[in-house]
Each structure stands twice: as C-alpha cells, then as structure tokens.
Design a protein around this ligand. Sequence first.
Ligand SMILES: NC(=O)C1=CN([C@@H]2O[C@H](COP(=O)(O)OP(=O)(O)OC[C@H]3O[C@@H](n4cnc5c(N)ncnc54)[C@H](OP(=O)(O)O)[C@@H]3O)[C@@H](O)[C@H]2O)C=CC1
Ligand SMILES: CC(C)(CO)C(=O)C(=O)O
Length: 312
Amino acid sequence: MTSQTLSFTILGTGALGGFYGARLLHHGFQVRFIAHSDADYMRQHGLRVDSPLGDLHHFPVDVYRASDEIPQSDVVCVALKTTQNHQLVDLLRPLVRPGTVILNFQNGLTMEEALSEAFPDSPVVAGLCFLCSNKLGPGHIAHLDYGLVSFAPQDARGQAWVPRLMDAFASSGVKVERFPSLLKARWRKLAWNIPFNGLSVVLDANTDSIMRDPDARALAEQLMAEVALGAAACGAPFDAGFTAKLLEVTEAMTPYAPSMRLDYLAKRALEIEFMYDRPLREVAKLGVRLPAVEAIARQLHFLDRRNRQGDT
Ligand SMILES: NC(=O)C1=CN([C@@H]2O[C@H](COP(=O)(O)OP(=O)(O)OC[C@H]3O[C@@H](n4cnc5c(N)ncnc54)[C@H](OP(=O)(O)O)[C@@H]3O)[C@@H](O)[C@H]2O)C=CC1
Ligand SMILES: CC(C)(CO)C(=O)C(=O)O
C-alpha cells in the first residue's frame, strides 16, 4: 500500500485533529472526522482552518459522531484531550479492526502503553506534535505556528508503519521527523509541557511573559531541570544542550497561550493526569521524586477543581 492510498479517521476534530486532518484531506487523502459537539455544525458548514500555510475550507466533509457506523480507515488518529482517556478504548473499539494502525497525537506519558495493552494486535505509533493551534469555534481552527510531527513507534509493528505515515504527512505539507525511542521522545516533549503548560495556568501568563520575567523564567528552568532528572532516571536522558535549546526556541516563539491555559480559561478539565501525575508515578517507581513538579501538579489540581466546581 502506498501512502497516497491511506485513509485516516480523526478521533477528535479539535485544534490538532482538525489541523492535520484538513491538511491530509487537502492533499488527497481520504479523511473521516469524528466530532463531538461540532458534528452538526460541520455537516452544515464543513471545516475551516486558518493557517500561515494557507487557509483551508473543506465542504462537505465526512463527519461522524462516535456513536455512528463509521467505515474502516487504515489509520485512526487519536486527537482527543487526555482528559477523555477514560473512554478512549471504548471509542476506539469499533474503529480498530485487523490491520488498523493507531496514531496517538496526545501530550503526556504512558498513553501508548495503554493502547498497546488494549489492542495487542494493532500497531501503535506516537505522533508528537510541535504545533500551536487553537479551536476558535465549531469547525473552525486557527493554526498559529509550527506543526512538526515526530513519529515514534511503540513497538516493532508500529516501527514498520512509520515510513508510510511520515510520507503521508510530509506529502501534506507537514514537517516530519522520525524518533526511534518513544520514551525519549515523550520525555523531551514533557520538558516543554511540564513547565510551560503548568506555569501558564498557575501564573496566569503566556509564554512570552514567562520568558521575560526573571522569577517566572527561573521557575520554568527549575521545572525543566527536574524533568531532565526524571528522563535520565527512566533511561531517556536528554542530549547536552537540549534544555538550553528549548528555552531559546520558547523565547523566539510567537507569544503563545499553551493549551492548558486555554482549557483553564474556558473552565475545561486540565490534562494533569497524563502530563504530570503519570510522569511522577513513573519516576516514583524508581525511587525518584521531583518536588517542583509535584508542587505544580498539586497547584494545578487545586485550581482545576476550584475552576470547575467553585471553591473546594
Ligand atoms: N492544540 C495544539 O496545538 C496541540 C495539542 N496537543 C495535544 O493534542 C491533544 C488534543 O488537543 P487539542 O486538539 O488542542 O484539543 P481540542 O479540545 O481542541 O480538541 C479535542 C477535540 O476532541 C473532541 N471530543 C471530545 N470528546 C469526544 C468524543 N467523545 N468523540 C469525538 N470527539 C470528541 C472535542 O470536541 P468537544 O469540544 O465538542 O467536546 C474537541 O473538538 C491534547 O492531548 C493536547 O495536549 C499537542 C500539541 C499541540
Ligand atoms: C509545545 C506546544 C506549545 C506545541 O506543541 C504544546 O504542546 C502545547 O501547547 O501543549
């Protein structure tokens, strides 16, 4: 099968799924979108993506609700927030048939292990996205910057799929790279997400304010240094200079509200479990503690509860 014949189902047509799905569709791939509250709107108005790569408006689009009968695709892309992962296996069950590859785009740690456990016969690949994209409204996505997908296989079956997936995304105008170690790739992503997603909520600040202020920046650096310790403890040490480079990239970034900040402002559940609790749990198994990461995780849990339930 050549990559051009691949078909994709996007589970979760939000900021990320809508962006990559629209690009694949634009470049001739068959794409089925599973939406939630936007499904009716998308049926009537399609999917719009504003992007520096060129604005796209697809109409009509092949859109489903999770409960609908959905034709089989070669690739199922997981683009839900991890706050929905309690229902992920049930949502995937009707979509994953023999031969279907699961491509997981979520931020966090341990998601692919859970997917492999639930679907032992299916190839699982992680697509770690360095992307700044927001959902503006129903069926309307704003891609702000970046878009690189780092493909990392969960196991040998996933490994065999990586070249075809990379081809498909690259031919859709998406920057791609291959990352042989999933564990390393996941910890490298956490090196950004743990400091900046958390601090953006706790300090009520975008990335540029955090990088400009000496105290906020010191907190980000402290958290990043602890993530580096965690990564090394788990056998996925960062290369020399990696965290310095990440700070440099963040400094150069268009001022950005990380997804956790947008979720907080919209009173949506925060992705704390897979971004903070799971990494802390993995290092705790090895007898390692990351006190600054623990502290910010507790603050986030408090703020999340208060934000969604009123005073606790
Ligand atoms: N946005 C970005 O730039 C980046 C995001 N990520 C990661 O990607 C993942 C997705 O994030 P993002 O796209 O921003 O999140 P969004 O909230 O924008 O998108 C998630 C989408 O999933 C939909 N959804 C929720 N439940 C269901 C369901 N049962 N069936 C079908 N659809 C459902 C939501 O619909 P509804 O709102 O109607 O419930 C929403 O449109 C997260 O793990 C995030 O951390 C990683 C890198 C960059
Ligand atoms: C690193 C970044 C900004 C882009 O991928 C991200 O993961 C997020 O906003 O959650």
